[in-house]
Design a protein around this ligand. Structure first.
Ligand code: HEM
Length: 430
């Protein structure tokens, strides 16, 4: 059951519990599902929980190797601050033309695919390609060969569909060679991604984009902080962390707007009143409060990173449970975001929760689409600006209506199984 669909396997009672523990073979999994316990563990005791779970480390390693996302200790602490500074919110405004142009190209492609009378379009692969295009251009600057984003997005999809969701052999203490039948195809996809990234780095010797910024980083000894492999792995990490997440959040947002026409109308009215037909500038984004609330509510119901997983460095007690090195600690935003004692109508789409006048009522540490603590997402401002810009442009250009009901599947991110087909009807520009 766990190999198939972890989220569907969660019992009803999980949406009401504060802490849950399951023993599987030799290991224990403890899930914290209460804002105060989450704060205690991920913030107050962050030093003990800095390391990602064994499973996440193993799952990500073929693509992102030793990059900071999958690492802890010295590598993480030397790389996270300078890479965090490169992605600092104050520098995101200059990427606005990029968000506008890739969002505009996506809308043009969908207008062609849907036809003048409208049609069903699988938005998932195109959103994956568009968000990857944004990351490639932000990292490498102009000059990325056409088709590269689609090729890497497809390789990521192949990689993810082969990655085991739960590392049963590890949990049961069985040998590694039992770790799943997809292994070879998964590794091939990972090699393909690394090969492409290495080729791009070699062909872009300049100082542009985040690549230039990362090349210029120096360690305390004055030597480059990242050697050739380090650079390759941090670039691959940014591509993965920065595109899959935003693409899935946008896919679920479009689906929820397609099934909630009243919110679609409200978000479109806000966009067209503020912008008319022009794409949003960086200075407009804060005023798009409905669009942002819609995205935030979509990430509550369908958090792109549905599970945060750690392993403790030392034995610890969490309420009445003892957790030991080798055990796994989970915080499951999918559950926390739908917890029945925190949220009213927890499974309903109610973006008004996130409108500025209501947002203060949301308890701290109950809403964690970008994680929390020292390992909080370094690209949250980037992601929000990109998603809001894309959504505004898509609202200007299309009306959305529901297609087949999508099924969420928990992989490295929360993907719609088999894609997300939505009826897109082009709007006449006025
Ligand atoms: C909707 C968009 C995004 C979502 C929902 C998201 C979510 C997350 C989450 C939940 C984590 C923490 C994972 C954990 O604690 O185990 C994370 C980490 C990270 N994210 Fe994002 N992310 C998004 C976009 C981005 C973008 C656009 C970038 C880069 C431009 C980015 C870069 C990173 C990095 C570097 C980390 C690692 C931080 C660390 O370990 O210190 N993310 N993200």
């Amino acid at each position: 059951m766990l190999r198939g669909d972890v989220l569907a396997a969660l019992p009803r009672v999980a949406y009401r519990r504060q802490v849950m523990a399951v023993r599987m073979g030799r290991r224990q999994i403890i899930a914290v599902n209460d804002p105060e316990v989450v704060r205690e563990v991920f913030i107050a005791r962050a030093a003990n929980y800095g390391r990602k779970s064994h499973f996440k480390e193993q799952a990500l390693r073929p693509v992102i190797g030793e990059s900071l996302f999958a690492n802890h200790g010295e590598i993480w602490s030397s790389r996270r601050p300078p890479i965090g500074r490169l992605l600092h919110p104050s520098g995101i405004g200059k990427l606005q033309p990029l968000f506008q142009s890739v969002g505009g190209q996506l809308a043009t492609r969908w207008a062609r695919l849907a036809g003048p009378a409208g049609g069903l379009v699988d938005v998932a692969p195109d959103l994956a390609t568009a968000t990857l295009d944004v990351m490639l251009l932000a990292i490498f600057g102009p000059g990325v060969p056409e088709g590269e984003a689609r090729a890497i997005a497809e390789a990521f999809t192949r990689f993810q569909s082969g990655v085991q969701v739960i590392d049963l052999p590890y949990l049961l203490g069985l040998p590694n060679w039992l770790a799943g039948r997809h292994r070879r195809a998964t590794l091939r996809a990972a090699t393909d991604i690394r090969h492409r990234v290495a080729g791009l780095i070699a062909s872009m010797p300049g100082e542009e984009g985040y690549l230039g910024g990362m090349r210029a980083l120096r360690g305390e000894d004055g030597k480059p902080l990242l050697d050739e492999i380090g650079l390759l792995e941090e670039v691959a990490m940014l591509l993965l962390a920065g595109s899959e997440t935003a693409a899935n959040a946008l896919a679920w947002t479009l689906y929820l707007l397609a099934t909630h026409p009243e919110w679609q109308d409200r978000a479109r009215e806000e966009t067209t009143t503020l912008l008319g037909d022009r794409p949003p500038e960086a200075a407009d984004l804060n005023a798009l409060v409905v669009a942002k609330a819609v995205i935030q509510e979509a990430m509550r119901l369908y958090p792109p990173v549905a599970v945060l997983a750690r392993q403790p460095a030392a034995t610890d007690r969490i309420r009445r449970w003892t957790i030991q090195p080798g055990d796994t600690l989970l915080c499951i935003p999918w559950l926390l975001h739908r917890h029945e004692s925190i949220w009213e109508h927890p499974h309903s789409f109610r973006p008004e929760r996130f409108l500025p006048e209501n947002a203060k009522a949301i308890p701290r540490f109950a809403y964690l689409p970008f994680g929390l603590g020292p390992r909080v997402c370094a690209g949250a401002a980037f992601g929000m600006a990109e998603m809001t810009t894309f959504l505004a442009i898509l609202l200007q250009r299309f009306e959305f209506a529901a297609g087949p009901v999508p099924v969420p599947r928990f992989r490295l991110t929360l993907r719609p199984e088999g894609g997300m087909r939505i009826m897109l009807r082009p709007r006449a520009s006025r």
